[in-house]
Ligand binder design. Structure first.
Ligand code: WT7
Length: 670
């Protein structure tokens, strides 16, 4: 089974697949929803979940239209619920008009004006509580500041900020005036920032002097200055929030302090009503080839599904303190720190810093002090906190927690069980949520009051989501444990609408390989006897390092741009804590380096990649050789490199290699 075509392609190491299947075959632990949880939940039983699923299946457009009416306050109702006449460029809720910031703020002012919208804790320990009415005022004021600088409908605005409430204000202020935001993760370097600004032709950048991370100050404004000094001609204005207090340079005519820009402006700002399909944001993510793609999301369809999934998967209630630990630079932060919770009028906790500052108890201390009820994080974080030992979480009162969640990569059953025992005290259901930047919202996850969970499985697709697993010919694989490509058979409202400025790439990446019959996720997966989904990993050359997506190509290009490098190949090596680590094979210019030269070059290259892309992209290991193993057509033999990196016997036929000696060099034997 593991040797079938569908699972045996490049990207899914054979051994990992086999191991995974073995673990699933022996994974017979089951955790039904606790009765008291189900009794009070939005979806209370498996029957209710199945009934919703059936309704959605019978008439998907009617199902989503009903949700669109219940989840959104429309300025003008839609009349064309779904349009597939330009497939795969689908559109939803045509004819409708809305404003996303209105839906996240104004509509709560009648009954939740004084409720805390954002409960913020900075890394240094500063705490702020911002009510819905205060957030509304701040968003309006800053929207007016954007307008005063000429920003309006359809303009792109790059947000490069720390995890502070003003980052949310900036996003919602853009949404208020119909500007399209593109948040760039604050951990990315000036080079990555520049690429994204240029691809989107942004007119403005919103940044901060710096943010607190790991006891240090991340100098965002300085990185922004560097990016702008090397291009980015479209940028007219840079708004700078004072956060960390580090000195910055302000360029006259271009740069303006946030507080000065907003001073004296009205705390009212009439929302700009936009069409359902108006782009709410772009978010750049790595693909297997080329530069990062600007994933474009809509306004209405996106909001409908993020709001619905807050209820279905997180069972959100007015009394909850919801904490999603993701940075707003990732889709998880967009959907489950900002738009989902605020659309539901929830209280969302936002933490600025690193998990182990001042010590490994920080997350649990935050849960205790703020009474967090729902805690959503990444498997990599769980594994690293697990390594610190059970005695650390044992020091904190975690009894406020009622639901736990994970996202970003497969979670190994051991970490799942630890999360359940040591953090959830057997009381809290765990929702393992599968989705992507492109899907906008959660697609496959247990509905916690309805679906029995199994450690390591994201369980069943949500109502309206026709997830399937197919073989190389596109046939549905129904045999249990048989791996294949994870696909979604029917368009859904929160799906991506485009790759910014590149219709061809959108079509070719997600739809064309199936003849536009279904959406291709780029993951491999299989189902068990009960139809539960188990994700195996990516099927393309995309790495998941600590749950973050990095393209091998991007790192390879960065390495190859170094003056001492001729060529490079990058692969992911399985890692217990991080999921994968980056392993680079490098052909240096000139002769193969001596040990001493190699050590120095490795330091240099790691620092180089950190400045080109960001510290998360630094290769963990670099190995040098005179050339790289390639097929006759010139394709790098990645499976061979994976075997070498893992130190396992080589399974691939190497007879087509020009120089078999290279394999020994790459293995570090000569
Ligand atoms: C890729 C998408 C969506 C939020 C964070 C990542 C992997 C995501 C799971 C999960 C196994 C998962 C997939 C997917 N992934 N969630 N619960 N179990 N794998 O967003 O950066 O767009 O990455 O993350 O490989 O394709 P992203």
């Amino acid at each position: 089974m593991a040797g079938s075509d569908a699972t045996g392609h490049a990207g899914t190491p054979q051994s990992a697949t086999t191991e995974n299947i073995d673990s699933i075959l022996t994974e017979d632990r089951r955790f039904p929803p606790p009765a008291d949880f189900s009794a009070a939940a939005h979806i209370r039983s498996l029957d209710d979940y199945r009934a919703m699923q059936q309704t959605a299946r019978r008439d998907p457009v009617a199902f989503w239209s009903g949700l669109a009416r219940s989840e959104i306050q429309w300025h003008r109702p839609f009349n064309i619920a779904f349009d597939d006449s330009r497939a795969p460029y689908y559109s939803w809720f045509g004819g409708g008009q809305l404003n996303v910031s209105y839906n996240c703020l104004d509509r709560h002012l009648a009954d939740r004006a004084d409720k805390t919208a954002i409960l913020f804790e900075g890394e240094p320990g500063d705490v702020r509580r911002i009510s819905y009415s205060e957030l509304h005022r701040e968003v309006c004021r800053f929207a007016n500041a954007l307008k005063a600088r000429g920003i309006g409908l359809g303009d792109r605005v790059v947000i490069y900020m720390p995890m502070v409430p003003e980052a949310v204000v900036a996003m919602l202020a853009c949404a208020r005036i119909g500007a399209i935001h593109s948040v760039v993760f604050g951990g990315f370097s000036s080079g990555s920032l520049r690429n994204r600004i240029e691809d989107a032709s942004a007119r403005a950048v919103i940044t901060a002097d710096g943010g607190h991370r790991d006891g240090r100050i991340v100098e965002l404004k300085a990185a922004c200055d560097l990016a702008l000094s090397q291009g980015c001609g479209s940028v007219e204005t840079v708004f700078v929030l004072r956060r960390a207090g580090n000195p910055v340079q302000m360029k006259g005519g271009r740069d303006i302090w946030w507080h000065e820009a907003a001073a004296g402006l009205s705390a009212d700002c009439e929302p700009v009503w936009v069409d359902s399909e108006h782009p709410l944001f772009l978010l750049y993510t790595s693909g297997s080839t080329g530069t990062p793609k600007g994933i474009q999301h809509s306004s209405a369809g996106y909001l409908v599904v993020v709001a619905a999934t807050m209820k279905w998967v997180f069972d959100i209630r007015d009394s909850d303190i919801f904490w999603c630990t993701a940075d707003i630079g990732w889709i998880t932060g967009h959907s489950y720190v900002v738009y989902g919770p605020l659309a539901c009028g929830a209280t969302v906790l936002m933490y600025e810093g690193a998990p182990a500052v001042p010590d490994a108890g920080r997350f649990w201390s935050i849960c205790e002090r703020h009474g967090v009820t729902i805690f959503y994080t990444a498997p990599t974080a769980i594994r690293s906190l697990m390594k610190m030992g059970d005695s650390i979480p044992a020091r904190y009162d975690l009894s406020s927690l009622r639901l736990l969640g994970t996202v970003g990569e497969p979670i190994n059953p051991e970490a799942w069980m630890w999360f359940r025992h040591v953090i959830g005290h057997e009381r809290c259901p765990i929702v393992d949520t599968w989705w992507q930047t492109e899907t906008g919202a959660i697609m496959i996850a247990p509905v916690p009051g309805a679906v029995t969970t199994k450690p390591g499985s994201c369980t069943l697709p949500l109502p309206g989501i026709e997830a399937d697993i197919v073989d190389a010919e596109g046939r549905s694989i129904t045999d249990p444990y048989q791996g294949g490509q994870l696909v979604i058979r029917r368009p859904w409202p929160s799906m991506l609408r485009a790759v910014w400025g590149n219709d061809k790439r959108y079509r070719e990446t997600y739809w064309e390989p199936s003849g536009a019959h279904y959406y291709i996720a780029g993951d491999t997966a299989h189902r068990d006897r009960e139809g539960y989904f188990w994700i195996l990993g990516r099927s393309d050359d995309v790495l998941k390092v600590s749950g973050h997506r990095l393209g091998t190509m991007e790192i390879e290009s960065a390495l190859a741009a170094h003056p001492r490098v001729a060529e490079a190949a990058v692969i992911g090596k399985p890692d217990e804590t991080k999921g994968e680590t980056i392993f680079a094979f490098v052909v240096p210019k000139g002769a193969r380096p001596t040990a001493e030269y190699a050590a120095e070059l490795t330091r240099d290259l790691r620092a180089w990649v950190a400045t080109q892309i960001g510290p998360i992209a630094k290769p963990e290991t670099i190995r040098y050789a005179d050339s790289l193993p390639k097929t006759r057509s010139g394709k790098i033999m990645r499976r061979l490199l994976r075997d070498i990196a893992q130190g396992v016997p080589i399974t691939q036929d190497t007879s087509t290699l020009e120089n078999e000696e290279i394999v020994k060099q790459l293995q570090g034997q000569v």
